[in-house]
Each structure stands twice: as C-alpha cells, then as structure tokens.
Design a protein around this ligand. Structure first.
Ligand code: CAA
Length: 390
C-alpha cells in the first residue's frame, strides 16, 4: 500500500522543496569545490523551522512529526547532501536526545537555541580506535567536585568545527562495559576543548568532519545528559532516529541522480535518436525508479512507527541499510548514463556519486545494520563480544 501523506506533511514537503531547489541548490556545486560550510543555508533553515523540526513549540521548535522531518531532509539532500548531513545530526541526534533525556534546565539553556538554529549541534561518540564498537571508547570523565574532567580524542565528528554544542560520550566507570559510558553537553569554547584535524574527504565536502580533543576539559555536573551510565543507551536510541535520517539523505541524493539521468537521456542523441529510446537504458531507469520507491516506503514506514511510539529499531536499520546501498547503485548508474560527461564536474552526478559513498558507512555501517537486523530476526539477542550471550 502506498504511504498516504496528510495535508501538513505535503505542505512541509512542498515548502522545503521550493526552498531547497531555489536557495540550497544555487550554491551546492560551488560549496563542494570550496568546502565552505553552508552558513547561509543553515541561517535560512533556522528561520524556516528546519533546525528544530520535531521539537515542541514550547522549546521553540516546529512540532512536526518524523514523517514530515524525513520528507524535509530528503528535499534538502536533493540539492546539497553536505547541508543535509548537518541538518540530520542536529535534528535527529542532538535535539532529539536533549528533548528525550535533558533536564528542564538543559532544555531551556540548550534545546531552545538549537531548535531556533542559533547554533548547530554535533554528536561525538566515535574515537580513533572505536568506530563500529563504541563500547571500546577510551575517553574518560572523572568526577571532581562540581565538575567532570573530560580527557580523550573523538574522531570523524560531523560539524565538529562549526558546532556550538556537542554531545560527548565518555567512560565514567572503566570497570563497566556499556553501563560505564555517560553523555555530556559540552559548549564550544570550554577550556580544554580543542578542534583537531579536519578531514579531507571524498564527498560531503561542505560539511566539516573533525577530531575533537579534550584535554582535562572541565564540564559542570549539571551538563551530564541523563545519569551516569546512560550514555550508551542514549547514543543507541539517538542512532535509531539518525538512521532514518541517513535513509532520507540517501533518498534525496538518489532522486536527484535519477531526475538528472531522465533529463539527460531525453536530450542526449546517439545513433540518430534520443538515448531514452534504447530499451537497455529504459530498463536501467525502471530499476532505478523501483529501488528509489522501495527505499521511500521503508523510510516512511520507519518514521511513521517512530511517530506512533512503536519500537522502530529494526525498521530504522532496514531503511538505512537498503536506502544507503540503493543510492550507491543509483548514483553509479546515473554516472554511467551520463557517459564521459558524468565523470566531469560540469554535471552534478559525479558529486552525487562521491557524496553517497559515506552513507553505507556513517551512523553504523551496512555490516552493523545487518547485525542489528539479524539480532532482531533471530531474537537470540546475541552480543557481539564472545562469551557474553544474554
Ligand atoms: N536502543 C536502545 N538500547 C539499545 C539499542 C537501541 N537501538 N541497541 C542496544 N541497546 C542496549 C541493549 O539493550 C543493551 O542494554 P542492556 O545491557 O541494558 O540490555 C546495551 O545497549 C548493549 O547492547 P549490545 O550488547 O547489543 O551492544 P554491542 O556492544 O554488542 O553493540 C551495536 C551493539 C548495534 C553493534 C552498536 O555498538 C552499534 O550500533 N555500533 C555502531 C555504532 C555507530 O553507529 N556509530 C556511528 C557513529 S555516529 C555518526 O556517524 C554520527 C555522525 O556524525 C554522522
């Protein structure tokens, strides 16, 4: 059954589509080249309510549902995947975690300005030696009176350089496994919080990805998110939402690559006719459209489950896995359809191809999604670490 959008969802989709294709698209190619952070896009997105989409009105958000959010995110990704990933981490992970777990004081102090788009949020879980396995992280937070002293290095942090607030995880009890991990709200400019190496990436060039270094960085006790030991669950829950967001980004980029391919095929002539007349090419377009539609339905169904308050971990992983692999197939086909022109920077498909590559990697690799999915199917809840079946 095709997912039926309500009037509000359709209205948000159409408003963001217009904004994205007029404003965001205008500078996307140039930003990819110059690696300029999309400040102007984000300012306007804040004004449009796109930076606190699922945050209630009382915290200065837009009170939209998850379905509307993923539709909006797809529309932004259609024009600029770099802008979309900033929007995704900010909304799905940072705002959502604060809304779910934050104290009233933390919501007033941090969620409100985040939702207004006064500054951007980032999420620091990954470390140089702890990617797919975040439990093995080594950043520590040691209690010292009214503060925690944070020491360690985080890696591959989206918006690490440009964020005003970062949710940072650290071990508060090294003798515990995931239950020894806590989450902290760390403001930009806190002494001992240093932005390290800026990654030089293949795609998403206008979004910064950095190391964050904490050198005896003192965090007020009031800035712990939840309680000591809650950090891993906060991260996993946040990533469930984040993964629907990556499906949305994948969908947006895939749709852009598909639309560009249809346009090109209808105009390009070879052997005396438009290449869209060749059956070989028509079948490629048919496969692309079918895969995109399948990803859309998975994304929307995971988002709707979240909106209904159901357990959607499985559907989020399925949506993320399928959509992120789909966009890599679709962008590769789009580039092939464009032939030699697709390999040049005169056409946007080479950017789509590069941008899409990380979607099967961040917020949980395809392999991790398969672990989550198979654990749910088999229901034996087998832990990854040997000898720790539960
Ligand atoms: N929701 C709530 N709780 C969850 C959960 C979920 N989705 N998944 C696991 N948990 C809980 C479990 O119930 C368990 O709790 P109890 O002990 O109380 O029962 C606890 O967490 C530990 O679970 P596991 O034993 O299953 O954990 P694990 O160490 O074996 O690993 C994993 C599970 C799924 C592999 C997880 O480690 C994982 O998702 N890894 C990938 C990490 C990842 O996605 N990193 C991306 C970095 S962020 C990023 O990319 C953002 C960006 O900037 C773009």
């Amino acid at each position: 059954m095709t997912f039926k959008l309500n009037d509000e969802q359709l209205m948000i989709q159409s408003m963001v589509r217009e904004f994205s294709r007029k404003v965001v698209a205008a500078t996307a190619m140039e930003r990819d080249r110059t690696k300029a952070f999309p400040v102007e896009n984000l300012e306007q997105m804040g004004e449009l309510g796109l930076l606190g989409m699922m945050v209630p009105l009382e915290y200065d958000g837009s009170a939209a549902d998850t379905v509307s959010y993923v539709l909006a995110l797809s529309e932004i990704a259609y024009s600029c995947a770099s802008t979309a990933v900033v929007m995704s981490v900010h909304n799905s992970i940072v705002c959502e975690s604060l809304l779910r777990i934050g104290s009233e004081e933390q919501k007033k102090k941090y969620l409100k300005p985040l939702a207004r788009g006064d500054y951007i949020g980032a999420f620091a879980l990954t470390e140089p030696h702890a990617g797919s396995d975040p439990v093995s992280q080594t950043t520590t937070a040691v209690r010292d009176g009214d503060h925690y002293i944070l020491t360690g290095t985080k890696r591959f942090i989206t918006s690490g350089k440009n964020a005003g607030l970062v949710i940072v995880t650290a071990k508060t009890d090294e003798s515990q496994r995931h239950k020894g991990i806590s989450a902290f709200l760390v403001e930009k400019g806190t002494p001992g919080f240093i932005v390290g190496h800026l990654e030089d990436k293949m795609g998403l060039c206008a979004s910064d990805t950095t190391d964050l270094i904490f050198e005896e960085c003192r965090i007020p006790v009031a800035n712990i998110l939840g309680s000591e030991g809650d950090g891993f669950k906060i991260s996993m829950t946040a990533l469930d939402g984040g993964r629907i967001g990556i499906a949305a980004q994948s969908l947006g980029v895939a749709q852009a690559a598909f639309d560009a391919s249809v346009k090109y095929a209808k105009n390009r002539e070879q052997f005396g006719q438009k290449i869209s007349k060749f059956q070989g090419l028509r079948w490629i377009l048919a496969d692309m459209a079918t895969e995109i539609e399948a990803a859309r339905q998975l994304m929307l169904s995971a988002a709707a489950m979240k909106d209904r308050g159901e357990d959607y971990t499985l559907q989020a992983s399925m949506a993320k896995l399928f959509a992120s692999e789909m966009v890599n197939r679709v962008t590769a086909k789009a580039l092939q359809i464009h032939g030699g022109y697709g390999f040049t920077k005169d056409y946007p498909v080479e950017r789509y191809y590069r941008d899409a590559r990380v979607f099967t990697i961040y917020e949980g690799t395809s392999e991790i999604q398969r672990v989550v999915i198979s654990n749910h199917i088999l229901r034996d809840k087998r832990r990854l670490r040997s000898g720790t079946a539960r």
